[in-house]
Design a protein around this ligand. Structure first.
Ligand SMILES: *Cc1c(COP(=O)(O)O)cnc(C)c1O
Length: 229
């Protein structure tokens, strides 16, 4: 029997995934949201197939990686074994890896500059493949962090559409580590709403409940599922 037809297994000593799943369900109830409106992305960066397979076998199907090369080394064989997996790129993308990224990922969360828009637009046409696209915001305007500064977001999103013909579906943010995350999530939601974007990629292990309260449709959870990196 195909393993991917098996229902999720909740053992009596709950795995990281089972604990996270319970907390996501509770946060959805508290926010009066449908559990199905939040996609849990299990962030498996730095973990090998041996750590990933048990999580797949528990029923998880959506995974996130932050490096194209690492993902290329790990995922093609896993996708061969489990064809219904979906893989999201959540880390920075160099324009010269756009081809590999479009080929491998079902979603890209880190669109943050015109040159990358151009490279992705070209590959999307060439490969006739449409990964879900998110523009990354640098809500804390931190100089060392990738992402579009909030004051530039509307113009950047307009350019994505009008100049590059890209259909952007959402926004992603990573709040500054030392800030309360809620204002960053709220700002991201506000910019998405006024630009007609439906998807919000926000919330990690430490703050996904807050992100769900503020409308996250995609939460990116690594260490709470896989353990310390
Ligand atoms: C690593 C990573 C995560 C997951 O972080 P955890 O704190 O382990 O949940 C989420 N988003 C991005 C962009 C990451 O690089």
């Amino acid at each position: 029997m195909a393993v991917d037809n098996m229902p999720p297994v909740i053992s009596d000593s709950p795995s990281g995934l089972a604990i996270v799943e319970r907390e996501v369900a509770r946060a959805c109830r508290d926010a009066r949201r449908d559990r199905a409106s939040v996609t849990l992305i299990a962030v498996s960066k730095t973990f090998d197939a041996e750590a990933i397979v048990p999580v797949i076998q528990t029923g998880q199907r959506v995974f996130g990686e932050n490096r194209v090369q690492e993902a290329k080394a790990k995922w093609p064989s896993l996708m061969n074994d489990y064809p219904d997996l979906s893989l999201h790129l959540i880390g920075p993308l160099q324009s010269n890896k756009a081809r590999e990224a479009v080929a491998l990922f079902d979603a890209i969360h880190s669109l943050d500059r015109a040159s990358l828009c151009e490279a992705l637009a070209k590959e999307i046409v060439k490969q006739d493949k449409r990964p879900q696209l998110f523009v990354q915001l640098n809500t804390g305007e931190e100089p060392q962090k990738a992402g579009i500064a909030p004051p530039d977001a509307d113009a950047f999103l307009a350019n994505c559409r009008e100049v590059y013909g890209l259909q952007i579906e959402g926004l992603m943010c990573i709040p500054p580590v030392d800030d309360p995350p809620a204002p960053h999530f709220a700002l991201t939601a506000k910019i998405a709403a006024r630009n007609g974007l439906k998807l919000l990629s926000m919330g990690m292990s430490a703050d996904f409940e807050t992100a769900i309260q503020l409308g996250a449709t995609h939460i990116r959870v690594g260490s709470a599922i896989f353990g310390k990196r």
